[in-house]
Design a protein around this ligand. Structure first.
Ligand code: GLN
Length: 478
C-alpha cells in the first residue's frame, strides 16, 4: 500500500518501481473521499489527475528524463488560476467562472510534472483567519473537528494535515499560510515579496500578496519553492534575483537570532505558547545560538496599519467584480446602472468582504486619506527601516506564529477585532516583505499543535530554510 513520507522518498519509490504516480493519486483520492466532512476541497480533478499520473508513469518507464516535481500531488487554493478549471475565491460572485490562463506558479508546477488534484476551500477572497468566511462552508481542523483550521488558506492547510495531498499552494497576505499551518501542525512558508510571481493569483492586497507553500517537511517546502520561484515577465514586482538550490549546501545556519520582547510579553499571548516559546529560545542558546531580546515598539500599531492598507488595496482590486465583465449577475430588476452594480455586488459578496470594501473605501476617501492611508504608509516605512536595522545585527527573528492555539468554530466570528488580533505576529513580514515560515514545534495541553515563526531578511530563503531544518531537528531530538 502506498504511503507518503516526503517527496524525496516518493521519488525513490518511483525510481525503484515500488510505487507509481497512479497509485499515489489513487491513494490521495481515497483519502479525500474518506475525509469529505473536512470540506477541504471545493473540487477534485479525479479523472484528470489519474490520467496525468498514467502519462507520467509511461514517460518515466520509457526513460524520458523526469521533471523536478515528477508525480508530486498538489492541491491549490481557490484563488490560484488553473487554465480550463473553475476558480471562485470561495465567493458567490465568481461561482461558475473558469480560468482562461494558468497562474505562473501553476505553469511551473506543471512544467516540472506535478499533478494538481483539486482546488481548495478558503476564506472568501482570502480575507479571514478561520475559514469561516467561505461562501462554501467552513473547513474543519482535522485534529479536532470543533476547531477552525485557521485561514484564509484553511482548506490547503487541512489537506496537508490530513494527508489528502503531498503539498498545497496557498496565498499569504497577512499570515494566511503561516497561521493555518500553525493551527494544523504543519509547515507554512511565505516567501519574500516578489520571490514568486503573483500572475494568476486573484488579488487581495497586491503589495502584500505572496503565494506560499504548505508541506509536511522543510525539505518538501524547499523543493516546491525552487520550482515556483523566480522572475516572471507577467509580474513586474517579481524579482530577478537567481533562485538558489535552497537546501543542497550543507552549510550551518547563521546563528544570531533576535526576538521581540513586546511579542512575548503581549497580554493577548496564551501563557502556554509563551512558556513553550521561551523554553525553545533557551534551548537554542544551549545549542550554540546567540539569542537576544530586542525592542519592538510598534507591535500595537501593526495590525491597524495592515488592515488600513490591505482594505484600501482590496477596495480597489475588488471593484472589477461588478457583474458586467464577469461575475454574478443579479436577476433583480435594476432601473439604473448603479442599481445593477449594487444588486450584483450585494448578492455576490459575503459579509466580511463587504466590510473590507467599505473600510478600504473609507480610508481612501478624500476627507480621511491623510489621517488613515498616508499615516499607515508612514508606519510601513518606519517598519521597513526598523527591519533593515535589525538585519544589520541579526540573521533571523523568532516569534510565536499566532497568539492562541486553534480556536473553536464560532468563537471569534462575531468579533472582527478579536479575529484581526490573531494576525498580530504574522502581518509584520507582509508589511515589510520579508520571508517567514511557521514550524510545527509544539503541542498545547488542549491537544492542538502550534508553531514558531522564523523570519529572515529579504531574499534570504536559504538561511530561513537551513534554520528551519535545524529547528525541526531539535523538535525531533526532544
Ligand atoms: N487573516 C488576514 C486577513 O484576514 C490574513 C489574510 C491573508 O493572508 N490572506 O487579512
Amino acid at each position: 500500500m502506498f504511503t507518503f513520507r516526503g517527496i524525496q522518498q516518493y521519488f525513490q519509490l518511483l525510481a525503484s518501481n515500488q510505487a507509481t504516480c497512479e497509485e499515489a493519486v489513487q491513494y490521495f483520492l481515497h483519502k479525500i473521499t474518506d475525509n469529505t466532512h473536512l470540506n477541504a476541497f471545493l473540487e477534485i480533478y479525479a479523472e484528470e489527475a489519474l490520467e496525468r499520473a498514467r502519462q507520467l508513469d509511461t514517460k518515466r518507464k520509457a526513460g524520458v528524463p523526469v521533471g523536478k516535481l515528477h508525480g508530486v500531488v498538489v492541491g491549490i487554493k481557490d484563488v490560484i488560476c488553473y487554465k480550463g478549471h473553475k476558480v471562485s475565491a470561495a465567493s458567490k460572485i465568481l461561482e461558475g467562472f473558469t480560468s482562461i490562463y494558468n497562474a505562473t506558479a501553476v505553469e511551473r508546477l506543471l512544467a516540472e510534472d506535478a499533478i494538481i488534484i483539486g482546488r481548495q476551500n478558503c476564506d472568501e477572497f482570502a480575507m479571514g483567519s478561520s475559514n469561516e468566511n467561505s461562501a462554501f462552508g467552513n473547513v474543519l481542523n482535522a485534529k479536532d473537528n470543533s476547531r477552525v483550521p485557521g485561514g484564509s488558506s484553511g482548506g490547503s492547510a487541512v489537506s496537508v494535515q490530513a494527508g489528502l495531498c503531498m503539498v498545497s499552494l496557498g496565498s499569504d497576505t497577512g499570515g494566511s499560510v503561516r497561521q493555518p499551518a500553525d493551527f494544523c501542525g504543519i509547515i507554512g512558508l511565505k516567501p519574500t515579496y516578489g520571490r514568486v510571481s503573483r500572475y494568476g493569483l486573484i488579488a487581495y492586497a497586491s503589495s502584500f500578496d505572496q503565494i506560499g507553500i504548505f508541506a509536511s517537511s522543510v525539505e518538501d517546502a524547499a523543493t516546491v519553492l525552487e520550482v515556483i520561484a523566480g522572475q516572471d515577465d507577467y509580474d513586474s514586482t517579481s524579482s530577478h534575483k537567481p533562485v538558489m538550490p535552497y537546501l543542497q549546501q550543507n552549510t550551518a545556519p547563521a546563528k544570531k537570532i533576535a526576538y521581540f520582547k513586546e511579542a512575548l510579553s503581549h497580554p493577548g499571548l496564551d501563557p502556554e505558547i509563551k512558556a513553550q516559546t521561551e523554553s525553545f529560545l533557551q534551548k537554542l542558546t544551549t545549542e550554540g545560538y546567540d539569542v537576544q531580546p530586542i525592542d519592538f515598539e510598534y507591535l500595537d500599531y501593526i495590525v491597524s496599519t495592515y488592515y488600513i492598507l490591505t482594505t484600501a488595496e482590496a477596495s480597489s482590486n475588488l471593484s472589477r467584480f461588478d457583474g458586467v465583465k464577469y461575475g454574478h449577475r443579479s436577476a433583480k430588476n435594476a432601473p439604473t446602472l448603479a442599481d445593477f452594480y449594487k444588486n450584483n455586488r450585494s448578492e455576490g459578496f459575503g459579509k466580511e468582504v463587504k466590510r473590507r470594501i467599505l473600510l478600504g473605501t473609507f480610508v481612501l476617501s478624500a476627507g480621511y486619506f491623510d489621517a488613515y492611508f498616508t499615516k499607515a504608509q508612514q508606519v510601513r516605512k518606519l517598519l521597513l527601516d526598523k527591519t533593515t536595522a535589525i538585519f544589520k545585527d541579526f540573521d533571523a527573528i523568532i516569534s510565536p506564529t499566532v497568539p492562541t492555539p486553534a480556536f473553536k468554530i464560532g468563537e471569534k466570528s462575531n468579533d472582527p477585532i478579536e479575529m484581526f488580533l490573531a494576525d498580530i505576529y504574522t502581518v509584520f513580514a507582509n508589511l515589510v516583505g520579508i520571508p517567514a515560515i511557521s514550524l510545527p514545534l509544539f503541542t498545547h495541553s488542549n491537544g492542538m499543535n502550534f508553531g514558531i515563526q522564523v523570519m529572515t531578511s529579504h531574499f534570504d530563503e536559504e538561511n530561513l530554510l537551513h534554520l528551519s531544518k535545524d529547528f525541526m531537528r531539535l523538535r525531533i531530538s526532544e
